[in-house]
Design a protein around this ligand. Sequence first.
Ligand code: CO8
Length: 298
Amino acid sequence: MALRAALRSKCGLTGRLSQLSSCSNHGRVCVAQRRNNSTSPKIKVDFDQSTGVAVMRMQSPPVNSLSLDFLTELCINLEKLEMDKSCRGLIITSSQPKVFSAGLDIMEMYGKSPERCGEFWKAVQEMWLKLYSSNMITIAAINGSSPAGGCLMSLTCDYRIMADNPRYSIGLNETQLGIVAPFWFKDTMVNTVGHRTTEMALELGLLYSSSEALKIGLVDQLVPEDQVLTTATQTMTKWLAIPDHARQITKSMMRKPTIDKLTSNREADIQNFVSFITKDSIQKSLRMYLEMLKKRKS
Ligand code: CO8
């Protein structure tokens, strides 16, 4: 109850919180969220208490797009793991074939009221804040394409392992949709690959193949697709050998200035987003992009 109350006030997700259910399975604790309207959980967490490592699988067909419901579940799961001191590491991966996450759900930004857009953006901020400031060791096991918000989610992690498949792409492609990556998306990328590479990548909305992503340092390692999760688990063992307090203080020292920039400007950032995204010209760009996605399919 306390967790839900905290999330209600923190995420502003009143009325959207799902029912929390948990089950035990051979020493692992499986945590699933069910929404009040009882649709399937979009996130599945398996926590192995013997290793202190949780694996979070995104399982929202078709492409794990980050809708408000999805983000709500994600935030609740992250909060729960963060509060469990026995959980030291988190691996994030996808259950969907070929896609890690398609980024923000474009339908959440198209034809919605300013109030709804504001609620959505607050949840996006919350996801970033929770992941980027996590005390846990976080590893992204990127087993498919990861554009825009999907790339951002990976960038918040301490380490990124991607499937070595030229068909998969990753990057902050916002300008291709006629929208602009906000400053904290930009800062997260700058902190990872540097200023010049980010400048080009963001202006052109570049999506990189997995090998290009490795070359610029957007991901740390490429492995065959069927080894992404096992490699993430092996890598986690290496990170777990470092004393938590020393690693956590170091992580905070590196990331705090970037985090503070958003926490001290959250409301203004929400207002910026709402006034930008509800402009007729931006709505038109989003409609054209959605049509392009459909056409590409047919
Ligand atoms: N949101 C909503 N629906 C989506 C999204 C999305 N991000 N991505 C794909 N879909 C839909 C498709 O339209 C399609 O719908 P339908 O089945 O009804 O036709 C369905 O998901 C399946 O898509 P595909 O057939 O394209 O699936 P593929 O497996 O062939 O490809 C990809 C998967 C590579 C992920 C591909 O779908 C793709 O490129 N999607 C677009 C990704 C994208 O550009 N995302 C950007 C989102 S914006 C963002 O995250 C940051 C915004 C910051 C805002 C700042 C404003 C100020």
